[in-house]
Design a binder for this molecule. Structure first.
Ligand code: PHE
Ligand code: NA
Length: 438
């Protein structure tokens, strides 16, 4: 089976696919949602710290597991250890992937809906009422299904012919269009207020609310880097031994952060342009505020078409990386063909996504708290596995293809991912669970 397994065509192809997975609704929709509920720039500071100190070494942990095993997350944990426990634990990642795409394709559907409605200006009259009329219910189900079919079509064409080819076109387009949108955003009246909320942290808030910010910021940092679900394990499993994981990993995290910050330069000025601020919390606030701003601003309709088009591309290049997790699981472990595996899981997502599309309560819980918990726990699992099961093998794997610096950093990195980061992640988990227990 190993010789017929798929692989990336080029190094750039892998990098763009991984960046494509990272850059998505996390940067444009979930970040402003989480930030507006957790102190704006204070949240940004904690989030960026975690991206750097936990995200980059954590990304390398997932890469090492993927490239070493050349398997999906379940197969990786079972083939690299003799323990039944780890192989059972691996199935958690299939569950995580299912939960992720189940709400993600609902938001993807909203985006497609807004993309279409931008041409006609359907939401211009009353953005709040428009969002309420499409967010949960029949329309939401229909557009979730459309988004899911687009995702499945790309994944069905395979790693090279589908994912790599699609993301190679999408990523440059996203960056170019975002730069244009940011330039437009900075000309708006609200730009300085928006950027102040986004960029200058309220240190008092940071101190008094640190333990509330921490789990949300950690969950968001992992979410934006696609960590803790097994996406990066899966993508690295299609990678050869000649690539430098530390270089590729740093590059991917850096590019995601750049695009994320760039997206902030688009979203926050627009949100503040009408003087409404980012004050209203909730998963839908970003949609209502953005739509309201587009309706009122110069060239708003053109900008809206471009904006929702970009976001749709960013969302698709992420959703395919979610679907690829369970598909690669069926292909690797049960020898099912890629087409059949894609169809099978698409059928499942039709149902699980519809539940999210029908209930604001389910959606809010899954997309917020549950995802924060699963990604944090999932990454802790991967890193404990790297440190305690792979050990020196992980060091050897990280070194393979790496330059001088990578060679020297490999051993300190192993202590970080084996001990320090799991302690941090478990502390984060506890600080989010304790309040839930009352
Ligand atoms: N990183 C993606 C985003 O920010 C979401 C994602 C999470 C993708 C986990 C894959 C796995 O939109
Ligand atoms: Na993406």
């Amino acid at each position: 089976m190993a010789d017929t397994r798929e692989s990336w065509q080029t190094r750039l192809g892998f990098i763009l696919a991984a960046v494509g997975s990272a850059v998505g609704l996390g940067n444009i929709w979930r970040f402003p949602w989480m930030a507006s509920e957790n102190g704006g720039a204070a949240f940004l500071v904690v989030y960026l710290g975690i991206v750097l100190l936990v995200g980059v070494p954590g990304l390398l942990g997932e890469f090492v597991i993927g490239r070493r095993s050349k398997r999906n997350p379940v197969g990786a944990l079972s083939s690299l250890s003799d323990s039944k426990g780890w192989s059972a634990f691996g199935h958690v990642f299939v569950v995580t992937a299912v939960l992720l795409l189940s709400f993600y394709s609902v938001v993807g559907g909203w985006i497609l809906r807004y993309f279409g409605a931008s041409f006609t200006g359907a939401y211009f009259g009353n953005p709040g009422a428009y969002f309420s009329s499409i967010n949960y219910g029949f329309e939401a189900v229909a557009f979730h299904v459309l988004f899911l079919f687009l995702t499945a079509a790309i994944v069905g064409f395979g790693v090279k012919g589908g994912i790599e080819r699609a993301t190679k076109v999408m990523m440059p387009a996203i960056v170019v269009l975002l730069v244009g949108l940011a330039a437009w955003g900075l000309t708006l009246d609200g730009a300085s207020a928006g950027l102040a909320f986004y960029l200058s942290p309220d240190l008092g808030y940071l101190q008094t609310h640190f333990l509330d910010i921490l789990p949300a910021a950690a969950g968001q940092a992992l979410f934006t880097l696609s960590l803790g679900a097994g996406t990066m394990v899966t993508y690295a499993s299609y990678l050869g031994e000649d690539r430098s994981l530390p270089v590729d990993g740093t590059f991917i995290a850096g590019l995601n952060t750049l695009v994320g910050v760039l997206a902030g330069f688009v979203v926050f000025p627009i949100l503040f342009a009408l003087g409404s601020g980012a004050g209203q919390p909730g998963a839908g606030a970003v949609f209502v505020s953005l739509a309201g701003a587009f309706a009122a601003l110069p060239y708003g309709q053109v900008v809206a078409v471009v904006f929702f088009g970009v976001v749709a591309l960013a969302a698709l290049s992420s959703s395919i990386s979610m679907l690829e997790i369970p598909v690669s699981f069926l292909v690797d472990e049960y020898g099912v063909s890629r087409r059949k595996a894609t169809v099978a899981f698409t059928g499942l997502f039709l149902v699980t996504g519809s539940v999210n599309a029908l209930s604001a309560q389910v959606f809010g819980f899954v997309a917020g708290t549950l995802v924060n918990l699963l990604l944090t726990g999932g990454l802790a699992g991967f890193l404990l596995f790297t440190g305690w099961v792979l050990g020196t093998d992980a060091v050897a794997e990280l070194r393979s293809g790496a330059g001088d610096l990578g060679q020297r950093l490999a051993t300190p990195w192993l202590y970080a991912v084996g001990v320090v980061l799991p302690l941090f992640l478990v502390f984060t988990l506890l600080s989010s669970l304790l309040p839930l227990l009352g």
